[in-house]
Design a protein around this ligand. Structure first.
Ligand SMILES: Cc1cc2nc3c(=O)[nH]c(=O)nc-3n(C[C@H](O)[C@H](O)[C@H](O)COP(=O)(O)OP(=O)(O)OC[C@H]3O[C@@H](n4cnc5c(N)ncnc54)[C@H](O)[C@@H]3O)c2cc1C
Length: 283
């Protein structure tokens, strides 16, 4: 079934980069940085993966040409991870060559647990070659994260910490929200201690308040980390945090392949369903 984009537009900035750019510029005007994400996942053929690589490179060129303050986030399954790991690595490295050319930063999103190890392995290879131009995402709900965080922090990796958005079984992931929050705090402490600039991706008031208190108590300056939120969520909180002097970045997805991303947002929070239903009745 093909759903109309009108339903998704609360969480998706446009079906093309041109539609997304004014929204990025608006966020930038409020002192909020952006990471642009061309939506899509699980590409199964080389032609589509090659096209995606070209789109990502064009995105870097577009950001440079339009002078907007944005990095980009990508998914390795868009670059062919389901097809062949060497092929995916070549695509990633070609993209990172372009990132170096434009002095840009590529964040590798974390997908479901079928991809966790491969994503970390490819990230480490990329980090060795491209250093500050590449970062990774780690999910606090996974049991394995305790070791991964220690390992990546030791490496000095640039990590975005999130709770985790995929449906994972109990043997692999925590299921209880309070336990996930506690794990999140534990891992963030490690990142704040050992890495230069952790990225704190959450809309959760309890975690945001805890971060503010913890960093103040430990004398960790506001310039040492950034909050990250998703487009369409908690914009007033983003603006308020920026006004308080915190670094804030919004993840801005765009593109025609919005359906899986959109359904993850709906499943995450029942209020998101109401937002979408209400847009159906707006003129
Ligand atoms: C920038 C960014 C990048 C991400 N990248 C990835 C990734 O690469 N891989 C991945 O698996 N996941 C990713 N995620 C998703 C993430 O893993 C979580 O699924 C998602 O952020 C929901 O968890 P939460 O902590 O934001 O809040 P939730 O756990 O959904 O909510 C907790 C509490 O926060 C408050 N809250 C939440 N949303 C709102 C709102 N809109 N308005 C008011 N209060 C609210 C409510 O009190 C709620 O009870 C990313 C998230 C962000 C923000």
């Amino acid at each position: 079934m093909k759903l109309p984009y009108a339903l998704a537009k609360r969480f998706v900035a446009g079906e093309s980069l041109d539609q997304a750019v004014p929204k990025v510029a608006d966020l930038n005007e409020h002192g909020i940085k952006v990471t642009l994400d061309l939506l899509g996942e699980n590409v199964k053929d080389r032609k589509t993966a090659d096209d995606t690589l070209q789109h990502y490179i064009e995105l870097l060129e577009g950001i440079h040409a339009q002078n907007i303050d944005s990095s980009i986030s990508i998914k390795l399954t868009m670059l062919g991870l389901d097809i062949d790991r060497d092929y995916c690595r070549n695509n990633l490295f070609e993209l990172l060559d372009a990132a170096v050319k434009f002095n840009q930063f590529i964040r590798i999103d974390m997908e479901g647990t079928d991809y966790t190890q491969a994503t970390i392995d490819l990230y480490k290879e990329a980090f060795k070659k491209y250093g500050k131009h590449v970062g990774i995402v780690i999910q606090a709900y996974l049991h394995r994260t305790k070791n991964d965080i220690a390992d990546l922090a030791e490496l000095g990796a640039d990590v975005r910490l999130c709770k985790g958005a995929y449906n994972e079984p109990e043997r692999l992931a925590l299921q209880n929200m309070d336990a996930i929050r506690e794990a999140y705090k534990e891992y963030l402490k490690v990142l704040l201690d050992k890495t230069v600039y952790p990225r704190i991706a959450t809309h959760d008031n309890k975690l945001i308040s805890w971060v503010k208190e913890y960093t103040q108590e430990k004398g960790i300056g506001k310039s040492r980390f950034e909050f990250q939120m998703l487009y369409g969520m908690r914009l007033n909180t983003c603006k308020a945090l920026a006004a308080e002097g915190y670094n804030v970045r919004v993840y801005v997805p765009y593109g025609t392949m919005w359906f899986p991303y959109f359904t993850r947002r709906l499943k995450e929070r029942k209020e998101n369903i109401w937002f979408v239903l209400s847009t159906m009745f707006q003129k």
